[in-house]
Design a binder for this molecule. Sequence first.
Ligand code: GN1
Ligand code: MG
Length: 359
Amino acid sequence: MLTSEWTDGLHCALEAAQVFLGGVAIDVVPLGSGHIHRTYKISSLGGSFLLQQFNTRVFDRPEQVMANIMKVHRHLYYEKGMQPVLTPVGLSSGEAFWTDTSGQLWRMFEFIEGGYVPEVVQTPQQAYLIGRAFGAFAEALADFDPTQLHEVIPGFHDSLARWHAFQQVLAKDPLGRAASAGEETDALQRQCHLFKTIAALGLPQRVTHNDAKAGNVLLRTDGSDFLAVVDWDTIMPGYVLADFGDLVRSIVSPVAEDDPRIEQVQVRLHFFEALCQGFLSEAHRIITPNEHRHLVLGAQWITIEQAMRFLLDYLAGDMYYAAQYEEHNLNRARNQLALAEAIQRHAEEMQHIAMAAPC
Ligand code: GN1
Ligand code: MG
């Protein structure tokens, strides 16, 4: 049975869709599993669209997000001829957002047809294609000046600042949850030296996606190729290691990031190899030797950072990542810590594989 919140959501989404499309929307269906926005597929007489209720708590500078997306769209579509490519649909007034009567922001994109997103990556071929999609994305953006983009979430991958914030929340312990997360907190404590190592590498700033997880690539339904990289909200200046790290984090484990069966978390080395082959087959033209040498370190870094983000949110009371049950964010943190440990155990083999891939 539909909850009233859900029904209201559909009703509001349809109203927003009519505003964007001048009244020709005919159907609305909830879509996707993102943590941040609410997403709907809109069918209309003029084709299909993706509509989102935009989360202004996470992105408090929505105009900057859309300004970045427009610039990246122009670069990829007009200068690189990338197709299909994420394409925003504005209002007839030219504005990117519509604000409803309750103050919620809505935005729209063209719907990219013929694709699917695997929830958990099931074959090395999928890992290869997802790697290639993000490798091509990085390559196509390598000549785009990162200073042209807004830093939409300042310090997004500043792990040292996040570590500081984590310790503050831990000390306050607003919900009395710290006692139930003692082991996880200790594990983070043991790993946080990596944050300093990464900051000291002197890596080049590039235009990066910053949410380069497998779920943000559309694959062709027939499995023959990738279609497009989506979810561009966090595109901003960053390190290529962060994107590669998110790819590893979301591809090598056979279970989803919130699976509580942490004994099932492991590194599937042949998936990692396929990912490296795919990513570097495109990105080898732009990656520096220093970046190449540190790809595996990037995977460890981002996985630990993600564990810290989940654990911080658990301690803070699930303010950022939607939690379906009380220990959801704690389980996410446990899962990611187990993955970081597995990556560390296999680091030597992974390094060998990454260096053997074409570059
Ligand atoms: C969030 O909403 P989604 O799933 O696209 C988060 C990412 C995390 C990811 C973990 C803006 O992305 O950074 O890696 O959850 N996005 C933001 O699944 O914080
Ligand atoms: Mg995202």
